[in-house]
Ligand binder design. Structure first.
Ligand code: GTP
Ligand code: MG
Length: 214
């Protein structure tokens, strides 16, 4: 995916994500968010879309971030230090989750407050299930990010669950819609954490936002 990153980015991406990755902390409220100066990338999206699985796929560790078949697995903002060059934030999902509404509303508020008020946030990866495309609550988040001028990139997940024809159609529709959003990155990355599709491309792209290798 040459539009996303220069040619040597693939090497840097592999090196960065193949190196040290450590869980920093899980924040249940904004006061607990780590005091860090590293460039940060957040993974947002509807419950169960595959955020934690993608963090694991990127870092090549199956259990770094906890995943579950039950929507609402991730209930805190979980921070991961990648080689002291980049911070990843795995966020609780929005929308349906198998948890009390009061709790879901509280995470949604927390996620929004974090996304709007984190100066070192370089990009939000907004994950979209390849089977479903964009939904109303994705559009809401996209509008909030547009309004706050926080850059984001749409990422299709679970591509292994969809046949190539429908996948291409969804990609086209999502791309078209992204073009109408001022803070949306024009390139969409198609991924499958299960099969590893798109993971190297995303590693390469994200490594370009990290501090230089030291
Ligand atoms: P919450 O934390 O609950 O919001 O969910 P999440 O977005 O972090 O999703 P998670 O990574 O926990 O994955 C949810 C379910 O989808 C799990 O059963 C995963 O195994 C599955 N899953 C995630 N990515 C993929 C993928 O690329 N392909 C397939 N087939 N399943 C996936
Ligand atoms: Mg999760």
């Amino acid at each position: 995916m040459p539009e996303l990153a220069p040619p040597d980015a693939a090497v840097d991406g592999r090196r960065l994500f193949g190196g040290e990755c450590t869980f920093v902390l899980g924040a249940a409220d904004l006061a607990q968010v780590p005091d860090s100066t590293l460039p940060e990338i957040a993974f947002a999206g509807r419950s169960n879309v595959g955020k934690s699985s993608l963090v694991n796929a990127l870092t090549g560790r199956k259990t770094l971030a906890r995943t579950s078949v039950t929507p609402g697995r991730t209930q805190q903002l979980n921070f991961f230090d990648i080689g002291s060059r980049l911070m990843l934030a795995d966020l609780p999902g929005y929308g349906y989750a198998r948890a009390p509404k009061k709790e879901v509303d509280a995470w949604t508020r927390l996620v929004k407050a974090y996304l709007m008020g984190r100066p070192q946030l370089r990009r939000v990866c907004v994950l979209i299930d390849s089977r479903h495309g964009l939904k109303a609550n994705d559009r809401e988040v996209m509008k909030d990010l547009d309004d706050a001028a926080v850059n984001y990139q749409l990422i299709l997940t679970k591509a292994d669950k969809v046949k190539p024809g429908p996948l291409a159609k969804t990609l086209e529709a999502v791309k078209k819609e992204a073009a109408t959003h001022p803070a949306a990155y024009p390139e969409i990355v198609v991924t499958s954490s299960a099969k590893g599709t798109g993971v190297a491309d995303l590693q390469a792209a994200l490594s370009q936002l990290a501090l230089p290798p030291g």
